[in-house]
Design a protein around this ligand. Structure first.
Ligand code: GLA
Length: 352
């Protein structure tokens, strides 16, 4: 199916955005901290034309789902809420958006922690920018996408995903300070590439667990008398806090330190060790791992050619990322997947 078959007319603009994988800096963005994502090859593409009546019409090729909505009606559920959310935040910013027809097709896996929703938001906003000649830069697009996610998808997220989908490419790391939005495009560690494997476990508790972690971090920052946990670099300072916020704060502080270490231009080996330490911290202190992710990370970490591995994204399921020796990604991914699936799982390779 394509736009023409669905809407019986030609589309006017086309826009794409990639998914992202975060290498280090997990659950730091809503603490004003540091992140280090890269874009993945899979993209989401939208095709847009003006609607011929007073309703928006959205069609998802992968879900084979059709949503049609009057701008005065409330936001629909499912994939449409991200698109409708983007239209609404643009309207709240003062732009007037006519009813549109939008066809979306996406290769970004859904529910694996690779930001399929941010890719859809950024692609939609880019499409509307060119359709209506809106004066929006890539950072503003990321901020609007984040607002759409918070207000219309109910996840009180940080800016990591939308900044990565809007500004990262597949050949570099995007080192981002989420407080100032200062950023640097950095090379991968030498002689290294990435592998991403989906655990096959859906991120069931993701949004409730996520919002709870965020609230715990805010409580920790309040008790420590700082604006955000980003303002603390010495992990010893958490010792005065009660559990569980002591553990949560320790994860955030040590994770920020790991990102800052990784961008000093360290070797692949050191970078990998930072990723391993990040997984441990996410599992023990932040408690967002699940047994299947731990098993997958364990298999990766014990495979020759792997520098380091960790869960990526919010956790509670989804994918793992590994830093591996250049040229060996495919073979490593296949070996590990076989072992993992032989243990009764249904994983699959997303990037190799
Ligand atoms: C989700 C959120 C991001 C970030 C990560 C965890 O992907 O959307 O803002 O907090 O989880 O690092």
């Amino acid at each position: 199916m394509d736009f023409k078959q669905i809407f019986n007319a030609a589309f006017e603009v086309e826009a794409s955005a990639p998914g992202r994988v975060n290498l280090l800096g997990e659950h730091t963005d809503y603490n004003d901290g540091f992140v280090l994502p890269t874009a993945i090859p899979q993209q989401t593409t939208v095709y847009i034309g003006q609607s011929l009546n007073d309703r928006h019409h959205f069609y998802s090729a992968e879900l084979e789902e059709w949503i049609d909505i009057h701008p005065a009606e409330s936001t629909p559920p499912g994939f449409a809420r991200y698109i409708d959310g983007c239209i609404r935040v643009l309207e709240e910013t003062g732009y007037s958006i006519p009813p549109i027809n939008l066809f979306v097709t996406s290769a970004v896996p859904i529910g694996s922690g690779l930001s399929s929703s941010a890719a859809l938001e950024v692609a939609t906003l880019r499409g509307l920018r060119s359709l209506l000649n809106l004066d929006l830069d890539d950072v503003t697009i990321a901020q609007l996408g984040q607002q759409a996610e918070i207000q219309y998808a109910g996840v009180n997220c940080g800016i990591l995903d939308q900044m990565a989908c809007s500004l990262a490419d597949t050949e570099h790391l995007l080192f981002l300070d989420t407080r100032t939005l200062d950023r640097q495009i950095l090379p991968f560690p030498t002689e290294a590439e990435i592998v991403v494997i989906d655990s096959g476990v859906a991120r069931s508790l993701a949004s409730s667990g996520y919002n709870q972690r965020r609230a715990e971090c805010e409580a920790a920052a309040r008790q420590l008398g700082v604006k955000a946990l980003r303002d603390i670099s010495d992990p010893q300072r958490v010792e005065s806090l009660p559990e569980p916020i002591r553990q949560r704060a320790r994860h955030v502080i040590t994770e920020n330190n790991r990102v800052l270490k990784a961008v000093e231009g360290v070797s692949a080996k050191t970078f990998g060790e930072l990723m391993n330490a990040s997984h441990r911290s996410l599992r023990e202190d932040y408690e967002v791992s699940v047994p299947a992710l731990d098993q997958l990370v364990d298999l990766l970490q014990n495979t020759s050619g792997v520098y380091g591995a960790r869960l990526t994204g919010a956790g509670f399921g989804g994918a793992c990322v590994a830093l591996v020796a250049v040229g060996e990604g495919k073979a490593i991914a296949e070996t590990v997947l076989k072992q993992y699936n032989n243990a009764g799982h249904q994983g699959n390779i997303l990037v190799d």
